[in-house]
Design a protein around this ligand. Structure first.
Ligand code: PAF
Length: 290
């Protein structure tokens, strides 16, 4: 496995396999790799001859300096995990490589898909940062496919929109959320949870399970579903930022779950902000083309 630091080195390394017709898959990450990332690598490995994993803690998508400072940086462990999962190339640029002196361009996806949920809470700069860095990573590697987790459902939509709008010739592959045995969605932030906060955080998957179960048993009114999830969240003492029921394609609020609905939650357990979601009324592991 190669570890490359510059776009030029990455392009040189990919030139030969690409000329030979090899498919290239990319998994963009900010490091602190966990089983969720490795599942993206496995999905990429299954479909491509060459797998590139990028590690870059992107400063432009953090809206709180403390969050950026606290973000775990574990490159050595990440490299070992990436190698064992079958990554061929780790692309780990520094900030000067991604945003050299004089850098002045932002990719900004407009509309409800960036203004609601995470966009409302963290400000539009967050998704500007994500869209900008993902477009730069995809343009650096020009992969045939790039793999993103459904846990960040809004990020996935933003990336799909951006790739379609800019005509970037990369297929975006959504991958299922991975969970620990207790139900908590895997996230690099989980490492920062104290035992007590982690126990509190379990109310998030429990609330999502409660609404899924209610929909399965025939409830379609969002007011009733909100009340059901609310009961679980209030009992937990979490600081809930949002509990939203939205159209999974537009992120606009809905009143009924007669069509598929994305139920999304953001909450703070202590100092750690967590997000999670479930797709109600449709197989959550559906493939994008379904
Ligand atoms: O999901 C992440 O880890 C990041 O937002 C991404 C897509 C790597 C962009 O920095």
């Amino acid at each position: 496995m190669k570890i490359l630091r510059t776009v030029r080195e990455l392009r040189e390394a990919l030139a030969e396999p690409r000329a030979a017709g090899a498919a290239v898959g990319m998994v963009p990450t900010m490091g602190a790799l966990h089983e969720g990332h490795l599942s993206l690598v496995r999905a990429a490995r299954a479909e491509n001859a060459v797998v590139v994993l990028s590690i870059f803690v992107n400063p432009t998508q953090f809206t709180e300096a403390a969050d950026l400072a606290a973000y775990p940086r574990t490159e050595e462990t990440d490299a070992a995990l990436a190698a064992s999962a079958g990554v061929d190339i780790v692309f780990a640029p520094d900030a000067a490589e991604m945003y050299p002196a004089g850098y002045a361009t932002t990719v900004s996806v407009r509309g409800p898909i960036t203004e609601t949920l995470e966009g409302a809470g963290r400000g539009s700069a967050h998704f500007d940062g994500v869209a900008t860095v993902v477009s730069k990573l995809l343009l650096a590697a020009l992969p045939d496919a790039a793999y993103f987790g459904r846990k960040d459902a809004q990020q996935l939509l933003v990336v799909q929109r951006m790739v379609a709008d800019l005509g970037i010739p990369t297929r975006i592959v959504p991958c299922p959320t991975l969970r620990d045995a207790d139900g908590l969605a895997l996230s690099s932030r989980n490492a920062r949870l104290s035992g007590e906060d982690r126990a509190r955080a379990l109310a998030i998957p429990r609330a999502l399970e409660a609404v899924s179960a209610a929909v399965l048993s025939g409830e379609t009114g969002v007011a009733a579903l909100r009340a059901r999830a609310g009961e679980v969240l209030i009992a937990s003492d979490l600081e809930v930022e949002y509990l939203a029921f939205v159209d999974p394609d537009t992120l606009e609020e809905v009143a009924t779950a007669e069509r598929p609905v994305l139920c999304a939650i953001a909450a703070r357990a202590g100092a750690v902000r967590l997000i999670d979601n479930v797709l109600l009324g449709r197989d959550p592991e559906r493939r994008e083309e379904d």
